[in-house]
Each structure stands twice: as structure tokens, then as C-alpha cells.
Design a protein around this ligand. Sequence first.
Ligand code: HEC
Ligand code: HEC
Length: 390
Amino acid sequence: MRVGSVAVLWVSVWVSVLGACAAAPGSESGLFDWQLPVGFEPPAAVSDNPMNAAKVELGRHLFYDPRLSRTGEQSCGSCHRQELAFSDGRERALGSTGQEHPRNTPTLANVAYMQTLTWANPVLRDLETQALVPLFGERPVELGIAGVVDEVLARLANDPMYPSLFAEAFVELEAPSEALSMRGVTHALSAFQRTLISGRSAYDRHLAGEAEALSPRAQRGLMLFESERLGCSGCHSGQNLSDATVGQAARAENTFHNTGLYDIDGEGSYPEASPGLVAFTDRDTDRGRFRTPTLRNIALTAPYMHDGSIATLDAVLDHYAAGGRSDNAFKSERLRGFELSAEERAEVLAFLGALSDEAFVCDAALSDPWRPRDGACQEDVTLSRPQALP
Ligand code: HEC
Ligand code: HEC
């Protein structure tokens, strides 16, 4: 067994404790006003965690509440910062007790649509379960509340607002007093995260048929992105620019790729801290395979890759142009390398820049309710959310 197996085991124990969160498409979505961008479907309904406005609002308060960490110093929002499209700007995340996480904090944009969660875990599929990792994980410690759950729940119960918000969010429970539990916390966090939908970038306006949404330069960049020479859209495919998005690849297993970042032993290994999919499957051919990330808001989420080892988008293009920075035996055959003129490079970068979504990073409905906003966003951005579903 390798590094990640412990984590799988650990998560599966929790899954059985909580009961599986089965996803069934459609059904309850009509009750919740998703206020979706043009061209977006509602995320699949989760049968034991129906959406409602109170639950989303509760989840937003919890997401940004440092009382959810043992030290009281960190919240989900400390690492997933709205102004950085819910990433943190660091190479690798830093937990609440100062431990460095082996991986880079990914964006949470459109996370409701991902087939699997995190950089290289083929079995972690629902947000309700994923939330347990930052809350309880000990290698590394993120929020670090293992052993202090009662204290954390007491902090929430003593707040003037939470008890009624929990009761309102979980009206379906027979005894609403039971709502204020870790299950209630993870379910509310998940409901909030399902509303982190980014689909109002210049690229989206282009997809919706707005003629001048993309500059001519960005349009040429899009063509290069989709060209056989660059081949980016082979993996960064579809509306969410990731084959790991629901509806893209038939098998989640095919959405993990080795992009030739490392080959530390000449046998295709990546550094031990993050070996890739192999940590779960124990198959040599899975060395260095990581889930294709979405490229939405990519200009806001530097540094890049699962370990933050590439600082800029320009350097990411160097990496792909060279066909990867190592000759890893398990590197995807799509990483062939290519030449790019200075103008073409500027075009691809212009296209990637057109994936930034102001409305998303400034949306008051997704912001920290505990702190006044810092003024970088104009208040009226919320209005860009349409008031009624089509
Ligand atoms: C210490 C920083 C940190 C904190 C605090 C944190 N996260 Fe994360 N988050 C990360 C990192 C790093 C990853 C990538 C983990 C991996 O790949 O193993 C991640 C991954 C995720 C993912 C998967 C995203 C995807 O694209 O698949 C979700 C969802 C998520 N976090 C939600 C949360 C929630 C909810 C909380 C609060 C309960 C939280 N995070 C707290 C750093 C953090
Ligand atoms: C074989 C599939 C594949 C192809 C082809 C591909 N990518 Fe990627 N891309 C990935 C994977 C997988 C990662 C994450 C790799 C890692 O961290 O180990 C990634 C990461 C990235 C990142 C960093 C994302 C982040 O959140 O850190 C950028 C930017 C990116 N790719 C852009 C491109 C561009 C531009 C092209 C075309 C030149 C391209 N990719 C071609 C699979 C692919």
C-alpha cells in the first residue's frame, strides 16, 4: 500500500458512518432558484441533501467561520478565497497549525459539476464527504477539529444566529434540534459550494453568441487551444474546460493524466508527497496521473499544477511547448510538444484571460458574511445574476 491508501480507508470509514450521499439527477432542482448562467444545467440533485436558500446561507456563514477550526484561526475561506476564485495564491496550502499541505489549493469554481474531487482521488465523489477531509484530516492538519467536535458544535450553538438558521435549513428533519450536528455542518457547506458556479466570463458570452465578447486575439487563442497542434482541449474539454466534469468522460478513471512534470527515478515516479493516482490503484502506469483541473478563472489562481510548481501561465505554456519538463515513461501521449510564435503565445494567454469571471469573484451572495467587503468589487455586481430562471 502506498501513501494515499490510508486516506481512502479513512474516507470510506466516514462514508459508512454518514451514509452514502446518492446523487440522482433532476428531481428537486425546481424548488431551488439556482440563478444559473446561460447554458448551465442545475447540478445533479443529492437525494439526502436537498437544496434550499436557508441551507445555502447557513453554508456560506460556516464556510467563512474560523470557529470551525480547532485554533479558531482558519476557515474554509482562508484557503479558498473568493477574490482568487476560491484558491489561495500559495504554491501549497498552509493548515491552521502551520503544517504545509503537499498540494496546491484548487479553485472551487463549478465544483458541483466535477466527477471526482481533489487532485488525484478517484473515489472521492461528493462534497459532503470531501468536507470531512479539511475538517478532520491530520496528515496534514487543515482545520484540525478531530477530538474537539463537541466544543466546535457548542461554539455554534452559543451563537445568536446559528440555532435558528440550522433549524430552518433542515426543516425536513423530524427533530430539527438534531440539525446542529457535524452532518448538518457538512451538508450546509456542500449546499453552499454547489452555488459556486462560474459562467459569466467573456468566454461564456462568446459561447452564448455575443459577437464581440472575445477580442480577435482571444478568438485566435481559442482556435489554437482547440487545435490539433496544441491539443489543450483534448483534456481541458467542454464548457468547464476539464474532462473530469460530469458528462465529459464516460469513465472518471480516464480523466487523470501524467503531464510529465517529474521523473525522479527514471521509472516514472513523482515525488513521494504527491505520487498521483498510483497512490490509490498501486498500478505503475498511474504514476504521476492527476485529475484535469478546470481552467475557469485560471488567470486568478496562480501558482499552477497539483504542487504549485509552475508560477505563471507563460511558464505553463513553456511546459506544454516542451512536451512536459521530464520524459516520464507514463506521460500522456497527448503531450507531444509544439512550437509557438510570440504572437500565438499572446493569443493563447488572451484566451485564458477571457476565462476570468468578475461576476463570480465579486458576487456578494458568495462572499464572506462576517467581514465588510474590501472595496475591490463594485457592490452592484450581484445584479449580474439574473433574477429568474429562463
Ligand atoms: C489549509 C487550506 C485549506 C483549508 C482550510 C480548506 N481547504 Fe479545501 N482544499 C485545499 C487543498 C490543498 C485541496 C486539494 C487537496 C488534494 O488534492 O488532496 C483542497 C480541495 C478542496 C476541494 C476539492 C476541489 C476540487 O476541485 O475537487 C473542496 C470541495 C474543498 N477543498 C472544500 C473545502 C471546504 C468545504 C473546506 C472547509 C471545511 C476546506 N476546503 C478547507 C486546501 C484547504
Ligand atoms: C493530457 C491531458 C492534458 C493536455 C493535453 C493539456 N492539459 Fe493542462 N492539465 C492537465 C492536467 C492533468 C493538469 C494537472 C497536472 C498536475 O498538476 O500534475 C493540467 C494543468 C494545467 C494548468 C494548471 C491548472 C491549475 O489549476 O493549476 C493549466 C493552466 C493548463 N493545464 C493549461 C493547458 C494548456 C494551455 C494546454 C495546451 C497547450 C493543456 N493544458 C494541455 C491535462 C492536460
